[in-house]
Design a protein around this ligand. Structure first.
Ligand code: ATP
Ligand code: MG
Length: 316
């Protein structure tokens, strides 16, 4: 049974929430194997399907309140990275998770194949310019990780990056992992909380979702022939993900390997994870100092005297 709050709304107790989040968190990538993770996992039915919608709504509401504090406090920032195979539900997850959040405090950046400006820079440049300012949330729909995923699976892409040839070789991937780890450590030391989500989809579920996109007219727009071409590289992608997660999972920038075969479940886990991370910051709306309180008081008096002046007969 889940605890209920005063208003009678369903709640995910803190204990359950922590269990859910801990289950999918990876902070030490040594020996990490994707095949040991089940894309259809439901955390031993820690949360029941029929309560999922209500729990998701409750999580979104909590996130909304936490974001208000994050924004008001204006110290910490949050970066959420989303990576996944096609049709794993990145877009839908981002939409749901952010549905209650004040748009002024959030920025979503979609990382597509890089254009000339990005190609003229180092591989972390695009991420650097999209980082969240203090008090803000940045969502990366794909990210700098594509540089060790799609580029690794299709190494011919490297040729477009105009790197000096001496720097291209097997070491390049290790160097990129090191750069990413250092970059994310730097962010965490600057008060940017880094959460990385891999929506872990099974090959069979991707097949079903692609078929649904082909069968239903209003889902046609979601299907692209390129997706099918990438599907043919399923195993190299899984390998690349496994290595990338293994090499870059760290306490300062954990990965969350979220089972994605059930959308209702993956959304719940993502919201719970973000709530958990923001909760841990113990965010507080700043309290005004004595001097600021005096200034607020003076402002209040000024506005009040304006009203009484308007009411006074002299102004009639
Ligand atoms: P959706 O299909 O839901 O719109 P998406 O993220 O799949 O979302 P697409 O426009 O289909 O968006 O794909 C973007 C493509 O850009 C992906 O295939 C991705 O691998 C590629 N991409 C992203 N970053 C890089 C990069 N740094 N180098 C090369 N390709 C990249
Ligand atoms: Mg796509």
């Amino acid at each position: 049974m889940n605890a209920r709050d005063d208003a009678g709304a369903p709640r995910l107790s803190e204990k359950r929430r922590r269990e859910l989040v801990d289950r999918y968190r990876v902070t030490d990538g040594r020996g990490f194997r994707l095949k040991h993770r089940d894309p259809a996992d439901l955390a031993g039915h820690l949360v029941a399907r029929d309560r999922a919608n209500a729990l998701l709504a409750e999580g979104v509401e909590r996130l909304t309140r936490l974001q208000e504090k994050l924004y008001a406090q204006d110290r910490w920032a949050l970066l959420c990275v989303f990576q996944a195979m096609d049709a794993a539900g990145k877009d839908g997850t981002i939409k749901h998770v952010m549905s209650g959040v004040n748009p002024q405090g959030v920025q979503v950046t979609s990382f597509k194949a890089p254009g000339p400006e990005a190609l003229a820079h180092d591989f972390l440049w695009r991420s650097a310019v999209a980082l969240p300012a203090r008090g803000r949330i940045a969502i990366f729909n794909r990210s700098h990780y594509e540089e060790v995923l799609v580029v690794r699976v299709h190494p011919e892409i490297l040729q477009t990056q105009r790197l000096p040839p001496e720097l291209i070789g097997e070491r390049l991937w290790r160097h990129r992992f090191e750069s990413i780890v250092d970059f994310e450590r730097h962010l965490s030391r600057q008060g940017i909380v880094v959460l990385k989500f891999f929506l872990h989809l099974s090959r069979e579920e991707q097949r079903r979702r692609f078929l649904a996109r082909l069968e239903e007219r209003d889902k046609h727009w979601k299907f692209s022939a390129a997706d099918l071409r990438e599907r043919a590289f399923w195993d190299p992608y899984q390998q690349a993900y496994e290595e990338a997660i293994g090499a870059t999972a760290a306490p300062h920038a954990p990965w969350f390997v979220v089972p994605a075969d059930n959308k209702w479940f993956s959304r719940l886990v993502v919201v719970a994870t973000i709530v958990e991370a923001l909760d841990a910051l113990d965010l507080r709306v700043p309290r005004p100092s004595g001097e600021e309180l005096a200034a607020l008081d003076a402002a209040r008096r000024e506005l009040e005297s304006e009203a009484s002046a308007e009411r006074s007969p002299r102004h009639r």
